[in-house]
Structures are given as C-alpha cells and as structure tokens.
Design a protein around this ligand. Structure first.
Ligand SMILES: C[S@@+](CC[C@H](N)C(=O)[O-])C[C@H]1O[C@@H](n2cnc3c(N)ncnc32)[C@H](O)[C@@H]1O
Length: 342
C-alpha cells in the first residue's frame, strides 16, 4: 500500500508536469517494491519524459525481464528510444490488452471522436475493382475488431469470418451477429494454420500493428483463392532518401510506404489493382493519411478478374463540413486518389 500511495503521488506530479519530481518519487518507491514490473515501466515513461534516455532504457529492459510477455508495450518504447532495432510488430499481449480495455468505447471513440473512415474506404476501393455490386463467396476479416468492416461486407458475401487478438473486441463483434465465425488469435498465425481459400481478405486499420509485412503477405497469398482480393488500409509513410520505407511512430503505430507495400505484395505473387491516398481518421488534431490498397492474386488463366477502368482516374473523398475540423492543412478536406493501371 505504501508503494501504491507513492505511485499515486508520482502520477499526480506527472499530471502537474513535474516529471523530475515524479521520477524521484518513483525511484524511492523501488526501495519498497524492487520487482514490481509496472513500476519499472512507469519509471521508463517518466524518465523518457524527463529526457533521461539511459534511465528510461534501463527501466524498460528491467520491466521486460520481469514481464517478458510485454503487456504494457516496452519493446516499441525501446525502439523509439533507439535502443533496439525496429520490431517486426507490436507485442501480441500488448495489442490484446490495449483493445480489451478499449473495446467498450471503441466505436464511439473511432467513429464519432476520430471520424474513422476505414470500412467505407475499403468497400469503395473493392467496388472500384470489382464493380458496384461486387459480391464474394468466402471472406476473412483480419483484425476484425468490433465488426465495422464485417457490417459493410455482410450482404456482399455468403460466408464471412473474423479473427482478432482481443477477446473483448471479438465479443462486441459477436454481439452484432454479422460474422459466420469468429476466432481469437494472431492473424498471421491464424492464416498460416488454416487450410481453406478465401475470395476476399480484408485488413482495416490493422497493418499499423505490424512492422514487417512479409509474413502476412505470404500467409494471405497462400489462403487467397485464384483471382481473390486482399484489401487493406495502412498509415502512409514516404520512402526517404536512405531507402527507409516503414516507420514506428511516436504513437507506437507503424506507417508504411506505398513502395514497400507494393514490393512486399509483389514478392508474394500479388498485384496491385488499386491505390488511393486518403485521410483515414484523426489522431487528436492531426489527420492520419493512409493508403487504401487492393491487391489481387492472379487467377490460374493469368487474367486478373477486375472491372477497373483501363485509364487512371482521379477519385475525391470529401469530408462532410461538420466533421472537417482539424483537416484544414490537407488541402480543403479533399485528398486525391490514384488508380493503378492493370
Ligand atoms: C484499430 S482496430 C480496427 C478494427 C476493424 N478492422 C475496423 O476497421 O474497425 C485494430 C484491431 O486489430 C486487432 N489486431 C491488431 N494486431 C493484430 C494481430 N496481429 N492479430 C490479430 N488482431 C490484431 C486489434 O485487436 C484491434 O481489434
């Protein structure tokens, strides 16, 4: 209890902006509870906020030694501090805990608070490739969350299932009765252990938790039917002059360049049918720019089954005026989209 009270005091100091004072109280608390994982994590966060990088790194490393599952997500912090290389993805236990906690308010927060457009943009891109009445046999929705993508696709398919790391998100999706089957699990592992083929695979706002996309694209290609589609959104990064084409952002989400996505897809036998640049959602005052991409697996006869126009076209996404706050730096709420030649 004494340790708890000290942590409360430290949190109050943090809230008031006194990072150094909070760090000092937390260091004293270590004398009482030297093996409390959460205390080391909090010291890591506080030391980083105080500019004490080496102390932060040591604290996160100690946290990981006490809590190797990394439920609080020390690994991405270490990478952001430059202490470790870019991780291949975020720890599963961290993502699951994050969304288990977030699930009850996820939709209100995303749809109302952050103006999340992912499911609509995915469907729009799929329709642009397959036509306005596009329909599919079997669909798997990766990182299905509460089922926002499933809701859009339900009447377009005969079978749709979802997979997600978070039990609480899956429970929300289950409550909607939209999916024919739901699975709790890591999406790449899930696909790798499956033996069926799907006509459409979707991943809405999920690649942001994966750094290295090669294992995912490999697993998707194996499970995609001939002529099947893989539709994704991804936070957009640009490839820089040194060739860096994916980044971990301070938000602890990954962003990928279009070059990276297209290259990795190509290495696994998928071709790009459509690429749009959009505003996916907001993050506080910032508009999050994204790629919406539809990849296809060439059918056995080698001809892509697509109804996409032959010439590139410009697509505009307008944000309703009453939702436009915060997008002013993005050219009047209209982002362009580019069409990829077939
Ligand atoms: C931002 S939500 C998006 C949910 C839904 N696709 C949508 O568009 O509303 C991301 C979801 O992906 C899940 N997720 C993240 N990484 C995952 C992984 N590696 N395997 C399975 N699910 C994952 C999270 O648990 C969360 O429910």
């Amino acid at each position: 209890m004494r340790a708890d009270r000290r942590v409360e005091t430290a949190r109050a100091l943090l809230d008031s902006g006194d990072h150094d004072g909070a760090l000092s109280v937390l260091e004293q608390t270590l004398e009482l509870t030297p093996d409390w994982p959460e205390l080391h994590f909090l010291i890591g966060e506080t030391a980083a906020a105080s500019g004490c990088r080496d102390r932060a790194v040591a604290a996160y490393v100690r946290y990981l030694s006490l809590s190797p599952g990394d439920r609080l997500g020390a690994l991405p912090h270490l990478a952001l501090l430059g202490a470790t290389p870019l991780p291949d993805g975020l720890p599963s236990a961290y993502v699951a805990a994050l969304f288990d906690e977030y699930a009850p308010r996820f939709e209100r927060s995303l749809l109302v608070g952050l103006d999340y457009q992912g499911p609509a943009q995915l469907l729009q891109a799929i329709e642009a490739v397959r036509g306005p009445n596009a329909s599919f046999g079997s669909v798997i929705d990766l990182g299905c969350g509460t089922g926002l993508v499933g809701e859009r696709l339900r009447r377009r398919c005969t079978w749709i299932e979802g997979v997600d790391l978070s039990v609480a998100m899956i429970a929300q999706a289950d409550g909607k009765g939209v999916y024919d089957a739901l699975h709790v699990g890591e999406l790449t592992d899930h696909l790798a252990n499956d033996t069926r083929r799907f006509d459409l695979v979707t991943a809405g706002d999920v690649l942001i938790y994966l750094g290295d996309l090669a294992p995912l694209f490999e697993a998707v290609t194996r499970r995609l039917a001939d002529g099947g589609l893989f539709a994704v959104t991804a936070e957009a990064a640009e490839t820089d002059s040194t060739g860096v084409d994916r980044r971990l952002r301070p938000s602890r989400r990954f962003a990928h360049s279009a070059d990276y996505l297209t290259r990795v897809a190509g290495e696994h036998g998928l071709v790009l049918h459509r690429h749009e640049r959009t505003v996916l959602r907001r993050d506080g005052p910032d508009a999050i720019e994204a790629h919406v991409m539809v990849f296809g697996r060439a059918p056995a006869d080698g001809r892509p089954r697509t109804l996409a126009p032959e010439r590139p076209e410009l697509v505009q996404h307008e944000v309703p005026e009453d939702q436009a706050a915060g997008h002013h730096d993005l050219g009047g709420q209209i982002k362009h989209a580019e069409m990829v030649d077939q």
